[in-house]
Ligand binder design. Structure first.
Ligand code: CTP
Ligand code: GDP
Ligand code: MG
Length: 186
């Protein structure tokens, strides 16, 4: 069983994923976190990734997909299912994911207005220490999200696996809807 959690930067994906892991025990793989771990390692590859992420651009497809695949394989024996956060970022990435790994069973579309995403990210930036939580990069991330990532939803809508969830509510109310979508799979 494999879920994907979407949507724009700051919509609350990470927050909801934490709650899903606590309740359902799935393995959470955040592509952004995997990339940040590589940056933190100080490797040569990490330095290249940091430059891309600081600009709010997309890291090459194969790099991220290999990281996700390795992380999935590492947990294959113990995992009850995977929750993939922040990937695919464009339709091509979704197609490659399906070729190399498989098809998802549910796509959780965590939807918030762009003003909400910006204000959450600016607030998070006060404490996150993330190089991309600043006004200029946030704007680029949002532009890229609408241009490249939103079409991914239409791609999966055709398969009937998209559940759209209003993320303007309080965290627990959003989670109640997330739980309903996951329970409906069983
Ligand atoms: N599949 C991915 C995931 C992340 N990134 C890079 O990593 C950055 C941060 O990704 P992520 O942590 O997923 O951030 P956001 O989606 O912007 O949202 P948030 O961090 O708030 O979860 C992106 O802007 C992008 O440069 C990428 O290129 N490809
Ligand atoms: N009011 C409100 N704030 C939220 C909600 N979900 C997340 N946040 C806040 O919004 C910011 C971004 O959330 P995060 O989970 O990191 O979002 P992501 O970028 O989609 O992974 C954080 O500072 C959260 O505290 C929500 O449902 N309601
Ligand atoms: Mg996140």
């Amino acid at each position: 069983m494999r879920d994907e959690v979407y949507c724009g930067p700051g919509s609350g994906k990470g927050t909801q994923c934490e709650k899903v892991v606590a309740k359902y025990g799935y393995t959470h793989l955040s592509s952004g976190d995997l990339l940040r771990a590589e940056v933190a390692s100080g490797s040569e590859r990490g330095k290249q990734l940091q430059a891309i992420m600081q600009k709010g651009e997309l890291v090459p497809l194969d790099t991220v997909l290999d990281m996700i695949k390795d992380a999935m394989i590492a947990k294959a024996d113990v995992s009850k299912g995977y929750l993939i956060d922040g990937y695919p970022r464009e339709v091509k990435q979704g197609e490659e994911f399906e070729k190399k790994i498989g098809a998802p069973s549910l796509l959780l579309y965590i939807d918030a207005k762009s003003e909400t995403m910006v204000s959450r990210l600016m607030k998070r930036g006060e404490t996150s220490g993330r190089a991309d939580d600043n006004e200029e990069t946030i704007k680029k991330r949002l532009d890229l999200y609408y241009k490249a990532t939103e079409p991914v939803i239409a791609f999966y809508e055709g398969r009937g696996i998209v559940r759209k969830i209003n993320s303007e509510l309080a965290v627990d109310d959003v989670f109640a809807e997330v739980s309903k979508a996951i329970d409906a799979l069983k």
